[in-house]
Design a protein around this ligand. Structure first.
Ligand code: NA7
Length: 547
């Protein structure tokens, strides 16, 4: 590197969840100086913020962790098949201690803006409290389901009860004795409702779209099981890396082609017992997510299970999804007899869809719908996130030639590989839009992204390049490829956060890369092997050096 420009550090990383922590570690191991910023007062990201009782990860715990460090795999043990929020947070804190990450993380510090200077080839990152740091590389690790979305119901300011968004849960709240209203029946709402109904005096659930919750079949993991997992970890990780979902069992699916409906139902019954994503992936994804007929058999199978669980037929029909096929929205998991919860005397369900009684707003005492008023001591917004782009665009990012990222992405995100966007040199996004992240076991995707970015920076260093950005053509190709893959699947049959439709005014575009982590990894590896095909690399642009 030349000595022509001096920066405070080589790289700034924003966020200290799974992604930011690993990115910081990798770059530091390579000898780069890194400043990470985290707006919370602790590491953990998603698992720091989502502290509502019942928060749990839908990936199985033995693969919901980093795979890069054998020692950590040896010494850490999750207690249940699916890890609960407090345990994941402990795991991440433990990792931060073990890798000595905290010394390079500035906590309680939100990044407000990042501005690229094309002459000096540096990024200037500014925080909410007015600190400025310059770096050659600017890396967003802010997460893709991290910017909470709360619908703007009128009158909330006059509501005299308490209200919380699940993704900003304050920790130890006592719900006992309260009449609690819950808005939202996505993955979060379903976890919250079934875990907390018994704790409340009364719970009223406001459901706009019924969902297909499949039993997770959670249970404790025994010592013997862990021993077996450890003995086979090499194979487990190899299978997970080479799979569509980043989950090792993903290879173990059937073809639905040529099966009769009875045979399909037998397979589904067997998979129902296995639970979670093993059910979703009973058949080749091509069959459930592209074949309407197979999908309808699967959807109907779940509908019957719901009807069988709920005592009151009218409530059951309100809970049965008929407006969208299974899998078109992110399928939620049931940890705690979700449908059985509606048989409790202290739980009631309100249909707030267009055909029911939509929420009109808040009163001083609670929620007013088109048909009634509900008095509530507390309202819980389980209303999801401004997914994929929300947290990135919450920062004011200005690239080359005064171009702003929120302007460039006004009609939908434009990226190459979900990792970079043209006009924003040396800026990387981990789990960015048009990457497979949210459709996979996240740590597997995160490790792939981080390692790719780290290798890319190492390549630049070795070859004497100091600026990288995608070509216009490669970016357009990637975006159309992602859209084309999605258009061959059933995703457009539902309004979902996958397509930005949960946030009013957001462009309606399928944002994750739906081709699977295995295919994505292959593409990324090929791009790197071909000297970063589709990227422009430049030398002699006042390569900055950390001072
Ligand atoms: P989701 O899956 O986006 O669910 C949000 C829920 O909130 C969903 O049931 C929405 O109904 C409901 N919602 C949103 N806006 C409204 C309004 N205005 N009125 C009534 N109901 C509303 O978020 P989650 O937090 O559950 O899950 C996000 C991801 O985190 C999850 O998929 C996992 O990947 C982890 P809708 O279906 O839009 O009619």
């Amino acid at each position: 590197r030349t000595e022509s420009a001096e920066t405070d550090v080589d790289a700034v990383v924003v966020g200290a969840g799974f992604s930011g922590m690993y990115m910081l570690h990798r770059l530091r191991e390579r000898g780069l100086s890194v400043q990470a910023f985290e707006k919370a007062d602790e590491v953990g990201g998603t698992w720091y913020w989502n502290q509502y009782p019942g928060a749990r990860c839908d990936s199985e715990s033995h693969i919901y962790c980093y795979s890069f460090d054998d020692e950590m795999l040896e010494e850490w043990e999750f207690s249940e098949r699916y890890p609960e929020q407090p345990e994941i947070l402990e795991y991440l804190k433990h990792t931060a201690d073990k890798l000595d990450l905290r010394r390079d993380i500035r906590f309680d510090t939100a990044v407000e803006s990042a501005t690229y200077d094309g002459t000096a080839n540096t990024w200037t990152v500014e925080t909410a409290d007015g600190q400025q740091v310059t770096a050659q590389f600017f890396i967003s690790a802010v997460g893709c389901l991290s910017e909470p979305y709360r619908p703007d119901f009128g009158g909330l300011e006059s509501y005299e009860g308490d209200w919380y968004h699940t993704a900003r849960w304050p920790g130890d709240l006592d719900l006992s004795g309260d009449h609690v209203g819950v808005i939202g029946t996505g993955s979060t709402g379903i976890q919250f409702i079934s875990e907390n109904a018994a704790r409340c005096e009364h719970m009223t659930v406001f459901q706009r779209t019924p969902n297909y919750a499949v039993p997770a079949q959670n249970r404790p993991i025994s010592k013997e099981e862990y021993e077996e997992i450890r003995d086979n970890y090499d194979e487990i990780w190899a299978d997970a890396r080479d799979s569509r979902l980043g989950m090792p069992f993903d290879h173990d699916h059937y073809s639905a082609a040529g099966l009769s409906e009875t045979e399909i139902r037998e397979t589904l019954e067997e998979r129902w017992e296995k639970g979670g994503f093993r059910f979703l992936h009973a058949f080749e994804p091509a069959h459930i997510l592209t074949n309407r007929e197979v999908n309808e058999t699967v959807s109907e199978f779940i509908r019957e299970k719901i009807r069988a669980k709920v005592d009151d037929p009218e409530t059951a029909e309100t809970l049965v999804p008929t407006d969208h096929p299974y899998g078109a929205k992110r399928p939620p998991m049931d940890y705690n007899d979700y449908y059985g919860t509606y048989n409790r005397d202290n739980v009631s369900l309100v249909d707030v869809s267009e055909d029911g009684q939509p929420i009109e707003g808040f009163t001083t005492a609670g929620i007013r719908t088109a048909a009634a008023e509900y008095d509530l001591d507390m309202v819980v917004f389980a209303t999801g996130f401004d997914a994929m782009t929300g947290a990135i665009l919450a920062m004011d990012i200005e690239g080359r030639d005064d171009r702003r990222l929120n302007g460039k992405w006004a009609d939908g995100p434009l990226t190459y590989l979900g990792l970079m966007s043209r006009g924003f040199p040396n800026m990387f996004t981990i789990t960015g839009p048009q990457s497979p992240s949210v459709l996979t076991n996240m740590p597997m995707s995160i490790e792939q992204h981080v390692e790719w970015i780290d290798d890319c920076i190492a390549y630049m260093d070795a070859e004497g390049y100091d600026r990288i950005e995608p070509t216009e053509e490669a970016e357009q190709r990637w975006v159309s490829n992602t859209n084309m893959l999605a258009s061959n699947m059933l995703f457009s049959d539902a309004d979902s956060w996958y397509r930005g439709e949960n946030v009013p005014g957001k462009p309606s575009i399928f944002t994750p890369f739906p081709g699977g982590l295995d295919q994505y990894r292959e593409i990324c590896d090929r791009v790197a092997r071909d000297d970063y095909d589709g990227f422009e690399l430049e030398r002699g642009t006042a390569a900055p050096t950390a001072g």
